[in-house]
Design a protein around this ligand. Structure first.
Ligand SMILES: Cc1cc2nc3c(=O)[nH]c(=O)nc-3n(C[C@H](O)[C@H](O)[C@H](O)COP(=O)(O)OP(=O)(O)OC[C@H]3O[C@@H](n4cnc5c(N)ncnc54)[C@H](O)[C@@H]3O)c2cc1C
Length: 288
């Protein structure tokens, strides 16, 4: 007989993690229950984190937003602090699954699933998110890129959970962009996606750049070389095309049922060149 525990506080959770055979954790269950149905995961003990009060808040300090691990995608998307400071997250979440999946799925679940196609991940990489991890006694914080160690792999240890993700407000960036290409507009995993944060001067000079691609490498890909190439250049179609040539060299996509590696590579380059359209439409630069 399988037991399901639904603790309401962290204090109630910790003893459950220590009791008996290794339990399986879930939040919204939109990844875990699919795996269980496919016989890819099972345990006699399931622990739901979704009702734990300490994991369900979005908080603000002067320079940071802290999102609890069990806040759902829908709650994040509709939160005023996210709309104001983290529009790139809201944009990415608007492409994730469908309304029912967004109502159940959580940011902690998306991070811990660690899929290279996870829609929150490219934005979290460019925002240089810090993942907050706790066990019964200790807490530690890791940059998202260190937390995720491979496809479906993280450095969570037994007895640890993700409690929150911390994001510095990206005040100095005026271009916040996310675009995803899938087989259709909703209920589709990314074939390729790209998140971009750029600081562009009034004269159109790129002063800072952070870019990350999803679904084109074993983990989300951020490449310092491409970012450095863009800095100091005018945001133009020519600049983006030249940078896109570098993208083609650094992505490492695979062929799978959704798309060929060739198509993924082409799309990841095009996502970067399409930044010009976004910058123009949003009056960050004009290409007239
Ligand atoms: C029909 C469908 C469509 C989908 N479409 C998309 C999509 O377009 N884009 C996308 O990115 N994803 C998609 N997903 C995947 C899924 O919805 C997301 O990854 C979601 O964010 C998972 O969150 P969850 O809370 O449901 O995770 P769960 O299934 O509850 O957990 C997932 C994993 O994370 C672990 N976990 C969860 N929370 C914690 C925590 N706080 N600490 C430690 N471990 C934790 C669990 O143990 C489990 O291993 C889809 C899923 C379905 C079923």
């Amino acid at each position: 007989m399988r037991q399901v525990h639904l603790p309401l506080t962290l204090a109630e959770l910790w003893p459950l993690l220590d009791a008996g055979p290794r339990p399986l954790l879930f939040a919204g269950g939109t990844d875990l229950f699919v795996k269980m149905r496919a016989d890819k995961a099972d345990s006699d003990s399931l622990i739901g984190l979704e009702r734990i009060a300490e994991l369900n808040n979005i908080e603000e300090t002067d320079d940071e937003i802290r999102i609890g691990a069990c806040v759902t995608h829908e709650e994040i998307m509709s939160h005023s602090l996210v709309a104001k400071h983290l529009p790139i997250i809201a944009k990415a979440l608007s492409t994730l699954g469908s309304p029912p999946i967004r109502a159940m799925g959580t940011i902690g679940g998306n991070i811990c699933t660690a899929s290279p196609a996870g829609d929150t991940l490219p934005p979290l990489y460019v925002l240089q998110a810090e993942v907050e991890i706790s066990d019964r006694k200790n807490s530690r914080t890791l940059p998202i890129g260190d937390f995720i160690t491979g496809p479906g792999e993280t450095c969570l240890r037994p007895g640890e959970i993700v409690t929150a993700v911390r994001l510095k407000k990206p005040r100095e960036y005026n271009l916040h962009h996310f675009e995803k290409v899938g087989q259709r507009k909703s209920m589709a995993c990314a074939i390729a996606s790209m998140a971009a944060l750029l600081a562009v001067s009034p004269s159109g000079m790129i002063e800072r750049a952070r870019l990350a691609w999803g679904s084109v490498a074993p983990t989300v890909l951020r490449d310092k070389g491409i970012e450095e190439f863009l800095v100091g250049k005018h945001l133009s179609k020519e600049t983006l095309s030249a940078a896109a040539e570098r993208v083609a060299l650094v992505v490492a996509p695979i062929d799978d049922i959704r798309a060929s590696a060739y198509y993924r590579r082409t799309v990841s380059c095009n996502l970067l060149t399409r930044l010009a359209v976004y910058a123009d439409v949003n009056r960050i630069v004009s290409f007239q």
